[in-house]
Design a protein around this ligand. Structure first.
Ligand code: FEO
Length: 385
């Protein structure tokens, strides 16, 4: 079967990784896609390689359309191994190809591969390349997702090959969000944003402003499905980059003998009188999902018991992850239980305050009394308000 043509003369030659359930500790229950595209014009252009394990799949798809020796250009929008680890094998068969990338991309490729014999074309923001009837334009996407990142714009067709930006970790036979279902595509896009791009939100806001000057009819990212209605995902990115909140409280906790759990449930009950509530157990729920809910929450509460005069380790690990993602604009509550030293709540509060959240603290000894549960309920009501 011929590879799928996503636009006139533009073919999907990527790979579906149905089995991969983890990307840097980001749980991917529906797998991962490594998108690559072949543009057939007077020049033959491959946009992005794939993860090394899937190189033979990419080559098989390309070979159904052309002899790989005919490839003139391989654009490396981004050197992270999920896209570029199959590059050396591709260049081995695409003997005449020139690799197009940013200066930082070229420097990085020399660290990953022995590429002294490769032909390179280093591009800067706005550079153009005529490939026959059509033109490629290269856009700087620094830190989206690494310093080397660029995007490639097919000028006449108005297709933006955005690489990581606007992507989703989901494997599907559908190639377009509109076929997968917009609601589902946005769910995976939000998980991707929260777990990969959230700390880059300030940069993303600037980049969205710059992209307003580029008319785009199709966004074709390197992960997941492409967007035939780009405004849907661009609008969502603007909301997420602004940390525009939903009327929602997210409560996350872990527990040893049920006291912190009792507090968590009581806080949730209180909060639910004014807001939507999401309650998560740190060892039993997916961290990827938790941080996606935190992205657009107005308030969060984090709870843990104290153990060995320290914060309960799973909560410590989760807070370390949360800190790295730099969520913004939230009210917070640190809560928990202790036996003889209430270290945990203070340590949770320290992290939440470092993130810039106005934070209250609530700790109980051994087991919450009736009065303490009433207090927890009231704290929940305050968060909900
Ligand atoms: Fe999909 Fe930053 O790699």
């Amino acid at each position: 079967m011929k590879p799928r043509e996503i636009a006139d003369g533009v073919f999907w030659v990527g790979a579906l990784d149905w089995e991969e359930k983890d990307f840097h500790n980001f749980q991917t229950p529906r797998g991962i896609t490594y998108n690559s595209y072949l543009i057939l014009d007077e020049k033959k252009v491959v946009i992005d390689a794939v993860k090394h394990k899937f190189f033979s799949e990419q080559l098989e798809k390309i070979s159904k359309l052309i002899d790989p020796k005919e490839i003139d250009y391989v654009v490396v929008n981004h050197i992270e191994p999920d896209h570029a680890s199959g590059l050396a094998d591709l260049i081995r068969v695409a003997k005449n190809a020139t690799v197009i990338c940013s200066q930082k991309g070229k420097e990085g490729l020399f660290k990953f591969f022995d590429c002294k014999d490769w032909n390179f074309m280093v591009v800067k923001n706005g550079d153009k390349l005529r490939i026959g009837k059509r033109t490629l334009m290269f856009l700087d996407m620094t830190m989206l997702h690494w310093p080397d990142s660029i995007a490639t714009y097919l000028v006449e067709d108005k297709i933006l090959f955005s690489n990581d930006a606007f992507g989703q970790h989901v494997a599907s036979e559908e190639r377009f969000a509109e076929d997968l279902g917009l609601e589902e595509a946005l769910k995976w896009a939000k998980l991707y944003y929260a777990n990969i791009l959230m700390p880059l939100s300030t940069l993303i806001k600037k980049k969205l402003e710059e992209l307003k000057g580029v008319e785009v009819k199709l966004i074709a990212p390197s992960h997941g499905v492409a967007w035939k209605n780009p405004e849907v995902i661009v609008k969502s990115y603007a909301k997420w980059a602004d940390f525009e909140p939903d009327n929602k409280v997210v409560i996350v906790y872990d527990t040893m003998w049920g006291s912190t759990e009792k507090l968590a449930r009581t806080i949730a009950e209180g909060a639910s009188t004014y807001a939507k509530v999401r309650l998560f157990h740190i060892r039993k729920d997916s961290w990827a999902e938790i941080v996606a809910e935190i992205l657009d929450a107005k308030a969060i509460a984090v709870g843990a018991p104290t153990i060995h005069n320290s914060l309960f380790p799973p909560v410590s690990g989760f807070l370390s992850y949360l800190r790295s993602l730099k969520p913004k604009n939230k009210k917070a509550l640190a809560f928990g239980s202790y036996g003889w030293n209430g270290v945990a709540v203070k340590e949770i509060a320290k992290v939440l305050e470092e993130l810039g959240f106005e934070t209250k603290q609530f700790a109980v000894k051994f087991k919450p009394t009736k009065e303490e549960l009433e207090k927890a309920f009231e704290l929940g009501v305050e968060l909900g308000k």
